[in-house]
Design a protein around this ligand. Structure first.
Ligand code: SAH
Ligand code: SF4
Length: 384
């Protein structure tokens, strides 16, 4: 087995190149070929010495996991299902919006946290993804989109670790992948536009702030420990007080001056006026200790095994108003890609059969109908 170069951040690639007797600047050149140009064939890498290209051909390769399927929604959202072996599939979702293109990436096959409202959680845990499998999702999607949109410019401006899995339970593979996403020789993403979403792995929130501070989203879903214990079982290990303290600590190093709290709206379970009132009390208490936050209410995407229902529009509206009236910035997430099961919590590897011709036609429609933003590197306004 030769090494897959997608497994490395720049430091890792430099060590690999040293092992081949090559200097660090060669690793930088190689890294740019891979991530900025999307190259997978060493023969293409014209400015690398022939001797190095020959060594690479013997000792290395560049490959993403095979794509099992691609589904394109009428709203332009694209979902890819990748085969990561042993019957495991993972998903990535591209969401085009005005002024930005967001890629939602998976960190694990399945998830061990087992939240009640999440279909990935209901699947159970298969395994951690490697750095290369995490990074390959961006490498593949970015270069696929550039090719099909016929643009040399960056298409994906934002990455969210909100696909399958709990990223902070796969910390050692996650951090090099994040570093490569941020690296100016690769994707040059701004730290503010790279978001890790967690169900609340407290010790790893602390480590992330030291190792690789990026934007943080915390999946809260409940205003008290009793309810959160039930919805997000990890709360029994890291209860709300510890989680809030970790969020306050994170803010000292975070690229944004707030934490995003995600709150999945479940009919009759966590969406009543009493829950909103408790939530306001909770964050006001910790605001006195320095907590700054915003709320993102997510309409629940139902799946039969959950036994749960989506909150009504009226209760989402009332809930949002109560938070807003208390001075908390609150948005309601638009559901995207509903028709292709690409919405949050629906990423369960449900393979649908479509022919390649249908797929090609759907892609043409996306390209023709949806103004996918092209974000040139120079245009990113908020880089850190
Ligand atoms: N494990 C991480 C990241 C992946 S889940 C986390 O829990 O934060 C990404 C987001 O989707 C989380 O906020 C999660 O709570 C939400 N989610 C999961 N299942 C959902 C569903 N069925 N409907 C709506 N949101 C869901
Ligand atoms: Fe895992 Fe996140 Fe789903 Fe919970 S919501 S089961 S942590 S992927």
């Amino acid at each position: 087995m030769t090494a897959n170069l997608l497994e490395f951040d720049l430091d890792g690639l430099a060590i690999f190149c040293e092992g081949l007797g090559e200097k660090r600047f060669r690793a930088t050149q190689l890294f740019r070929w891979i991530h900025q140009r999307g190259a997978s064939d060493f023969a293409q890498m014209s400015d690398l010495a022939k001797s190095l290209r020959q060594k690479l051909q013997v000792h290395a390769h560049i490959a993403a996991p095979p794509v099992i399927s691609q589904h394109i929604s009428t709203d332009g959202t694209i979902k890819w299902l990748f085969d990561v072996g042993d019957g495991n599939a993972i998903e990535s979702v591209f969401i085009p919006e005005d002024e930005r293109g967001t890629l939602c990436i998976s960190s694990q096959a399945g998830c061990a946290v087992g939240c009640r409202f999440c279909s990935t959680g209901h699947q159970g845990f298969s395994r951690n993804l490697t750095t290369g499998e995490i990074l390959a999702q961006l490498w593949f999607a970015e270069h696929f989109l550039r090719k099909h949109l016929n643009t040399p410019d960056r298409v994906i401006s934002n990455v969210v670790m909100m696909g399958m899995g709990e990223p902070l339970q796969n910390y050692s593979a996650l951090v090099p992948a994040l570093r490569a996403m941020l690296d100016d020789h690769a994707y040059g993403l701004s730290r503010r536009r790279l978001t890790v979403s967690t169900s609340g792995v407290v010790p790893m929130i602390e480590r992330l702030s030291a190792d690789c501070p990026v934007a943080l989203a915390v999946s809260l879903h409940a205003p008290n420990d009793a309810l959160r214990d039930n919805l997000v079982p990890l709360n029994r290990k890291y209860p709300l007080d510890e989680l809030m303290q970790a969020c306050i600590g994170y803010l000292a190093h975070a690229p944004r001056d707030f934490i995003t709290f995600e709150y999945c709206m479940l009919d009759g379970v966590n969406d009543q006026a009493e829950h909103a009132a408790q939530l306001v009390d909770l964050v006001q208490k910790y605001a006195r200790q320095g907590l700054r936050c915003k709320f993102n209410l997510i309409p629940f995407n139902p799946f039969p095994a959950s036994g749960l229902l989506r909150s009504t529009h009226a209760s989402v509206h009332t809930f949002a108003r109560m938070l807003q009236d208390a001075g908390l910035v609150t948005t309601v997430r638009k559901t995207r890609g509903d028709d292709i099961d690409a919405a949050c919590g629906q990423l369960a590897g449900d393979v649908k059969d479509r022919t390649q011709v249908q797929e090609r036609m759907a892609l043409q429609r996306t390209i023709a109908l949806v103004a996918v933003p092209t974000v040139s590197t120079a245009a990113s306004d908020d880089r850190h």
